[in-house]
Design a protein around this ligand. Structure first.
Ligand code: C2E
Ligand code: SIN
Ligand code: SIN
Ligand code: SIN
Ligand code: FE
Ligand code: FE
Length: 377
């Protein structure tokens, strides 16, 4: 029972506590549409309901042959092979598993404990089914935190109850995630088409997306807006699709006339995207139109200034120029970092929103890390 040394023992819930808990979580679960947050909510509810030390909800990813879960918001997802351990066995057989001491059970995977410096003892696993009755995942509770130190038939019943109740929310959230993943894939593919023509790599759009995400977070935008901007930012130059090769791929400096043509890429992008009702594409339309506006009003296409420029546009301007300067283009060599930073110091409150420039300097190591992570080859 080594695990109990670090965990505090608790009591079984009274009927009233149980109802309270179910009632409060039911409201949250029914209104949560984001899959990752739903998984965390359901894990919390499960853990408190059966007084377990840990609880997670594993979902089957059939494409990858894996099970995955999210244990806490903001923490990366965990993955394991679909046939791994007791959870894998539960999903394969479609039957609940209640074990008092897993070290006597042939399906238990001891490596996991060794890996996590954890001692698993009592385990409860129940399958989760979709509307058609097909197993889509499993609820797993680990280590009972009462004196008895084992899960009861009642615990099994309670966990099954919330699995059944939450199945619909879970399916809806999974469907929504599927749609969003598809949208994301299409957006990245579309963006890469635009960038490939100007010989920029897919890594450019990825880096710009990540720089935007960092700035959005440090600026204090809501998590949903940060995510929206991250998805939309790759499309900032989508209008370059309409710029002729002779200009787009010109190895040297553009003439004044050529640059006038080039400048139309922001409105071209906006026109392509503006009629969509999808939040991501709406955000992308803003970013496409405004990423070359300047804070002091000397940018294009509208010469908007200051806060007239949408925060997405102000953020993307910094991300785009930071990346354009630091990398090679058909018309220019890559700049060393100190020269890039000099430009940002000089252009603070001229080209760029000074607050955002300060945020960039404050968190420079993270920007550099993104550059390294998505390096061009
Ligand atoms: P881009 O290559 O993605 O560059 C984005 C922005 O980064 C530029 O917007 C500019 O603000 C900044 N930038 C890029 N390179 C330099 C540089 O060498 N010096 C300075 N000070 N800033 C730089 P901008 O100027 O509105 O240009 C928009 C797009 O027009 C560029 O996107 C690029 O595709 C094209 N472009 C601009 N100048 C030239 C050029 O001389 N030759 C060619 N072939 N294309 C150019
Ligand atoms: C995944 O994409 O990781 C699993 C499938 C899903 O959640 O819809
Ligand atoms: C995807 O495959 O979902 C697009 C890449 C990403 O944003 O993770
Ligand atoms: C916003 O939070 O959307 C606007 C903030 C700003 O204008 O800097
Ligand atoms: Fe651009
Ligand atoms: Fe760009």
């Amino acid at each position: 029972m080594s695990f109990v040394q670090s965990a505090t023992l608790g009591q079984e819930l009274s009927e009233k506590e149980l109802l309270d808990l179910l009632f409060r979580y039911n409201i949250k679960i029914a209104s949560e549409r984001r899959l990752d947050r739903l998984l965390v909510l359901m894990a919390d509810l499960g853990r408190r309901l059966v007084v377990a030390d840990r609880c997670s909800l594993w979902l089957l990813d059939e494409d990858k042959g894996e099970l995955w879960t999210k244990v806490a918001h903001g923490v990366a997802e965990l993955r394991m092979p679909y046939d791994c351990g007791l959870v894998g066995h539960c999903i394969a057989s479609g039957e609940s598993i209640l074990v008092d001491d897993v070290y006597n059970n042939p399906h238990f995977n001891r490596e996991m404990d060794a890996l996590n410096s954890y001692k698993t003892q009592a385990v409860l696993v129940i399958p989760i089914r979709n509307n058609e009755g097909k197993v889509m995942g499993a609820y797993q509770a680990v280590n009972k935190l009462t004196q008895a130190a084992k899960f009861s038939a009642k615990d099994l019943e309670h966990l099954t109850l919330i699995a059944t109740y939450s199945g619909k929310s879970l399916e809806t959230a999974m469907l929504l995630k599927e749609i969003e993943d598809t949208q994301r894939e299409i957006i990245f593919t579309m963006s890469e088409v635009g960038e490939m023509r100007s010989k920029e790599t897919g890594n450019h759009v990825m880096r710009v997306a990540q720089y935007c995400y960092l700035l959005a977070q440090y600026h204090g935008l809501a998590p949903d807006e940060c995510e929206l901007l991250r998805m939309a930012a790759p499309m900032h130059d989508i209008g370059k699709i309409g710029i002729p090769d002779s200009i787009l791929k010109k190895p040297g400096k553009l003439t004044v006339d050529e640059f006038e043509v080039m400048k139309t890429h922001s409105m071209l992008g906006y026109e392509m995207l503006k009629n969509s009702r999808r939040p991501i594409l709406k955000a992308a339309a803003i970013v496409a139109k405004e990423h070359h506006e300047k804070y002091d009003g000397t940018g294009y296409p509208n010469g908007s200034k200051g806060d007239e420029i949408h925060i997405y546009g102000r953020i993307c301007a910094i991300a785009d120029v930071f990346d354009a300067l630091a990398c090679e283009r058909v018309y220019k060599k890559a700049w060393p970092l100190d020269k890039v930073l000099d430009l940002f110091r000089n252009e603070k409150n001229k080209h760029f929103d000074g607050c955002l420039v300060d945020l960039m300097f404050e968190h420079l190591p993270e920007f550099e890390e993104i550059g390294r992570l998505y390096k061009d080859h």
